[in-house]
Write a protein that binds this ligand. Structure first.
Ligand code: SF4
Length: 208
């Protein structure tokens, strides 16, 4: 693991951006949710489209209560915590604040760090640079593997073997390789129908 940044108080979190939109990927595609992108990630995927989130020091540190109040004001009934790698932080305070207000909690994580917080849905997206912890695989509700080339199918199957048998399975084309890789994904899913495709439909709708 890399160097975990330190905040002096865990009821504060570095927030890169937050917005009310529709989920664009995976099992909950199309569902309205309030997104909170936390700063900080030391995983370093070469195709990362959120590099601006990597350094937590350049983003405002916000009181958890303020974050929760903003969600309530938005009218959203669910929140997606993403990053960066959100589990670089202790998310107990944030989840408690959301749950106390009957807001459902969804998280997108690489699974490379131990769990904190209470979650209604955990989407595990394993990354080769820093593979997920076994305990994170076992509690994932959804496994979403980014497919960049044909070798990634074996990587996906490896983690299929580590998640529980109710976990939803998705293959998602890496955006910059979409045209090159989509035929392979289609053929793969035809032969392996336990998988489904995940497309980043928010990008087609030009919404965040
Ligand atoms: Fe980017 Fe996510 Fe990989 Fe971190 S884990 S480098 S935020 S794609």
């Amino acid at each position: 693991m890399g160097n975990k940044p330190v905040l002096t108080d865990i009821d504060q979190l570095p927030v890169v951006e937050e917005f009310f939109s529709l989920q664009g990927e995976g099992f909950h595609t199309g569902k309205a949710a309030y997104f909170i992108r936390l700063g900080g990630c030391d995983i370093g995927c070469n195709w990362c489209d959120s590099r601006f989130s990597w350094n937590p020091d350049i983003h405002p540190v916000i009181e958890t209560k303020t974050i929760v109040d903003r969600v309530i004001d938005s009218g959203a009934d669910s929140v997606v915590i993403t990053g960066g790698e959100p589990l670089m932080w202790n998310l107990d305070f944030l989840c408690n604040g959301l749950k106390n207000n009957n807001i459902s909690t969804f998280m997108e994580t690489s699974g490379a760090y131990p769990l904190s917080g209470k979650w209604d849905w955990i989407c595990l997206s394993p990354k080769k640079n820093m593979p997920p912890l076994i305990e994170m695989c076992k509690i994932a509700d959804e496994l979403k593997v980014i497919i960049q080339d044909k070798y990634d199918f074996a990587w996906a199957e490896k983690y299929y073997g580590m998640v529980n048998n109710t976990c939803k399975l998705f293959l998602q084309p890496e955006w910059s390789r979409f045209d090159a890789i989509i035929p392979d994904i289609v053929e793969y899913i035809k032969k392996n129908p336990n998988w489904r495709i995940s497309l980043q439909v928010h990008k087609y709708m030009h919404i965040p």
